[in-house]
Each structure stands twice: as structure tokens, then as C-alpha cells.
Design a protein around this ligand. Structure first.
Ligand SMILES: [Zn+2]
Ligand SMILES: [Zn+2]
Length: 536
């Protein structure tokens, strides 16, 4: 595993409890208990304080700072003037706010200019000109952005992703504030549209805008374009389904003008031109079920980052089907820190419990079908139609009469069979044919029980480009803002409004506990006829 990738994961998702050194005793006891219940999931204790998502959006200064912000007060920089209400338009046009400070530069008179005025220029002077807003609006929103930052930092400290005493890690560098503000002011309640973006070949002049405000309907101009390199798996996908793992579904959709729509309806217009090999990006993953998504930051390219998701996603599907006992017996070594972290990520847990993702996995890995329980009816039908004579012999010898087991291969296969995960319900079972297939695989062909690592379990896209050379904290802040407003259900961390991830039920704190039940996972799966190496 690539070192940077490892760091990416460590910093973007949660660590297992043993790496959190600062937690208090009670928490530690709790964690020990949880660890002793093997494979139980750590509840997410963090729940950020629950706040109204609107109160984290850019807004006009208002006195009712602690009360609910109504939509009229939001900055709404991506809404064209035509679509504003009268009150909203007035606020945008006149914004008569009491200025928090005035600053006069008398430097010309005495030929000494305070170097600190440059800081003022960076944080205020230049921005008020470029964005056509005043110091009051800027100050008010710096304060709101700081609130977002504080919530994020507290969460990361709680998870051991930031040491609580690391000086200088909890603040952005001074030069990063203006750009953080530029992102922040253009995150509306329904749309991210960074029309003023001027880094990495973006041209703000292409847009018709008045400072920070859209004059006309926001329109996407930059696309996600193919890199055209022959080795690129997005530009030149492999056609063999067993290698590529997907049927007619490209992982990445190219477009000449990209606007991404998240599951909750939030939209995001690409801020710079990109190709599939652009590095330092925010990307979104959407499950083929269309109901769950995830946002991540990576300093790598999308493909490099997806390789990492494929590795863990497919491994976790394999472990889910065969059960944790069996998979650890097969791997014969303890899991790495990185794998333990990945095991706890909602992203991968969802795939294993989602029939769309599971179907895709099984289409591409038909050797696992015999471990997918059937309804009792289906099994009976199969038992009646298949030729049982040869099957029964193998089955009886290995299982029904254990005293007859001769070789250690038989014994081992028997142990594997006993440790298969429990059936989803009493209406589920394995057919005789499946049992015999299982024995065959577990006895002599265990090497076939490996997932195809080419399969992408999620559709992927790039949603925003990050500036080069900024700090990790900056990237994580922007990532968290996106996670918060797109309300992505598969991000464990980053919901600054304290959204409860799993059930999306804000009133129930316990719902934040990651549910590890298996559910009726084999429901709705279609056993496609396989003309390939392995039958069902
Ligand atoms: Zn490409
Ligand atoms: Zn899904």
C-alpha cells in the first residue's frame, strides 16, 4: 500500500479505538468492551452538535445570531437576481450593514506602510473588490466559516485524526483564508458554483457574474474529459465482463460541461477543467442503487484512489459472504491497521448489504453464488431438477457422517462449512447442489475464492478541483462542507450539522451507531445463467 494512500485513509475516516490515546477512562472501558465483542462495530460517539444546516451556510449579517436563520438572510450567491424575492434582491443590492471597522492607510504621507496592511489586503481589501461585498459581510462570514472549522477540528480530535495539542494544526495558514472564503461564499443551500475560481486554468471571465453573485442562471462550462492515454481504464475500458466486472456501465461519465447531482438533490458545478488523470481533487462515489453516496478528497488521481476503494470494497464483500471466521482462516495472517480502518467504513459496509452492489459483485465473481442462500422454495425446486446422485454422495460423505471423514482436506472443508454465516431467515437454505459446490471449492479449489479486484463497486466522478500546495486542513474543511450540504450517507465523518449517518434520523442519537446486522442481504438477487468457468 502506497504511503500517501494510507495517510489519506487515516485522515479521512475513523481510526480504531486503540489509536486514540487521549480518550478518558470511561470511554476506554467502553471501547474495550466493544473490542471484546468481536467484529461488532464501534458506535460513532462523535455526533457533532446538531445544528440547522442553514446556519452553516454563508449569510448576510443579522442580529439574531443564535436564532434560526431564515432563507432570506442566506447569501444565495448562485441564484440569479431574477429568481430572488423582492426582499432578497434588496438585501443584495443595498446591504446597508454597520461596518465592524474602518481602516485608513496613511502610509503614503510618511512613506512607511505597515506590513500588516498586506494581511488586511489579503483578507479583506482584495476580496471586497473582487466579490463586490463589504467588510461587514466578510467579517460575518469569516465568523461562520470559523464555526464550521471548529466543529470539524473537534470531530477530528475526537477521532484521533488530529492530536489535541498539535500547535498550528488547528488553524489554516493566513494565506489560505481568502480562498477558503471564496469556496465558502459560493456554497449555496442547493448548489455549489465557484464562478470566481481562477486557479488551475479556470477562467472567471467566462461567467457572467457581478462579484460573488450570479447575474444569470448558473451554467456549467468545464467538463470532465478523457485523458486519451491508452493505459487509462476509464478511457479504454476492458470489455470482458469477468475482468472488468461491469455490464455496459462505465465507472466514470465524461462530459463537456459537468454538473453533478447528489442523492439528496444538492448540485455541484465543476470549478476547473479536468481530465481523468487530474490530481488533488474532491470526488463523489454513488452506489449503483442510486440511494447512497460518498465524498472524498484525494491528492492522487481518481483512478489511483479508486484502486484503493476496489481493494477494500471487494475484500469486504468476500468476507461478508464467507463469514469472518472463514475469511480469517483463509488469509492466515492478521489484518493490517489499514484494513481494520476500512472494515469500519460505512462505504464498504453498505456495498455488502446493498442488493445492487451485491448483484454486480456476483455477476463478476460467479464462484461465490453457491454461498448465497436460496429461498426454501427455490432450493427445493433445484433439488428436484438437478441430478442428485453424484452430488449426494459427496455431500453425505463430508457432512452427514463426519466419522467417515478421512482426509484433513475433508476435515478442513467441514470446518469451513460450519463457520459459514448464519442464514438470513428460516425460509432460507442452501440447495444440495450448492452444498456440493461449496465442498468442492472449500476442499480443493480454495484459490478460486478470491474476488476480482478490477470491479468498481461505485460510480465515480470529480466534483471539484483543489488548489495546489494548501494544507491538509484546508482540503478537509472544503470536503466537510460538501459532505454537510450533500448529506452523503456513506461518510462517517464530516457532517458538520451532526446529521445522523446511518438512518438519517436526526432525533435519534443511537441511530449513529453503525449497524452491523446482515439483514436479508440475498433478497432480490438474480442468479444469471453463467456460461463461464463456474456454474451456480
Ligand atoms: Zn483517461
Ligand atoms: Zn447501494
Amino acid at each position: 500500500m502506497h504511503r500517501t494512500q494510507e495517510q489519506q485513509l487515516l485522515s479521512s475516516e475513523l481510526l480504531p479505538s486503540n489509536s486514540m490515546e487521549y480518550i478518558d477512562d470511561d470511554e476506554q472501558n467502553n471501547n474495550l468492551q466493544q473490542q471484546s465483542i468481536k467484529q461488532e462495530i464501534q458506535p460513532l460517539k462523535c455526533s457533532n452538535p446538531i445544528v440547522n444546516r442553514q446556519s452553516l451556510l454563508p449569510a448576510y449579517p443579522t442580529f439574531d445570531r443564535f436564532g434560526p436563520i431564515n432563507r432570506d438572510h442566506l447569501l444565495l450567491s448562485n441564484i440569479s437576481s431574477r429568481n430572488l424575492t423582492k426582499e432578497q434582491r434588496q438585501r443584495r443590492t443595498y446591504h446597508p450593514f454597520h461596518q465592524p471597522f474602518t481602516l485608513t492607510d496613511e502610509g503614503n504621507d510618511i512613506s512607511v506602510r505597515s506590513p500588516f496592511l498586506e494581511v488586511y489586503d489579503d483578507l479583506y481589501g482584495n476580496l471586497t473588490k473582487r466579490f463586490q461585498i463589504d467588510n461587514a459581510i466578510l467579517s460575518y462570514n469569516y465568523e461562520r466559516l470559523r464555526t464550521c472549522m471548529n466543529i470539524m477540528v473537534q470531530e477530528r480530535i475526537r477521532y484521533g485524526l488530529l492530536a489535541s495539542d498539535t500547535i498550528g494544526m488547528k488553524e489554516l495558514r493566513m494565506v489560505e483564508y481568502p480562498l477558503a472564503m471564496e469556496f465558502y461564499l459560493q456554497i449555496d443551500d442547493e448548489l455549489f458554483f465557484m464562478k470566481t475560481c481562477s486557479f488551475r486554468n479556470a477562467k472567471p471571465s467566462l461567467y457572467n457574474h457581478h462579484g460573488i453573485f450570479s447575474i444569470h442562471e448558473p451554467k456549467a462550462l468545464y467538463g470532465l474529459k478523457p485523458c486519451e492515454q491508452v493505459t487509462c481504464r476509464f478511457c479504454f475500458p476492458i470489455t470482458d465482463i469477468l475482468i472488468r466486472g461491469r455490464q455496459n456501465q462505465p465507472v466514470v461519465q465524461f462530459s463537456s460541461a459537468q454538473k453533478h447531482r447528489f442523492v439528496n438533490g444538492y448540485e455541484s458545478i465543476l470549478n476547473c477543467p479536468v481530465t481523468c488523470i487530474t490530481k488533488n481533487i474532491l470526488y463523489a462515489l454513488t452506489c449503483p442503487c442510486g440511494q447512497y453516496d460518498y465524498i472524498g478528497y484525494t491528492s492522487l488521481t481518481l483512478d489511483e484512489q479508486l484502486k484503493y476503494h476496489r481493494e477494500h470494497g471487494n475484500r469486504i464483500m468476500h468476507e461478508f459472504i464467507l463469514g469472518s471466521e472463514n475469511s480469517s482462516r483463509m488469509r492466515q495472517q492478521t489484518k493490517s491497521q489499514e484494513e481494520l480502518i476500512a472494515d469500519n467504513m460505512l462505504l464498504y459496509k453498505h456495498s455488502a448489504r446493498c442488493s445492487y452492489a451485491m448483484q454486480m459483485f456476483l455477476d463478476c465473481n460467479p464462484q461465490y453464488w453457491c454461498f448465497v442462500p436460496m429461498s426454501t422454495m427455490e432450493a427445493q425446486t433445484q433439488n428436484l431438477t438437478s441430478d442428485l446422485s453424484s452430488v449426494c454422495t459427496a455431500f453425505d460423505r463430508s457432512l452427514t457422517f463426519p466419522s467417515n471423514i478421512h482426509s484433513c482436506h475433508d476435515q478442513e472443508a467441514g470446518a469451513y462449512m460450519t463457520d459459514l454465516p448464519p442464514l438470513p431467515s428460516e425460509n432460507h437454505t442452501f440447495s444440495v447442489h450448492q452444498r456440493s459446490k461449496q465442498i468442492q471449492l472449500l476442499k480443493d479449489k480454495r484459490e478460486c475464492l478470491k474476488p476480482n479486484l478490477h470491479l468498481d463497486l461505485y460510480n465515480a466522478t470529480i466534483i471539484a478541483l483543489m488548489p495546489e500546495g494548501y494544507t491538509e486542513l484546508f482540503y478537509r474543511l472544503i470536503e466537510a462542507l460538501f459532505i454537510t450540504h450533500a448529506q452523503t450517507k456513506l461518510n462517517t465523518l464530516g457532517h458538520l450539522d451532526g446529521m445522523i449517518v446511518e438512518n438519517n434520523n436526526c432525533n435519534d442519537i443511537n441511530a449513529r451507531t453503525v449497524n452491523d446486522r446482515r439483514g436479508n442481504w440475498c433478497q432480490n438477487l438474480v442468479r444469471r445463467p453463467s456460461t463461464l468457468l463456474f456454474d451456480q
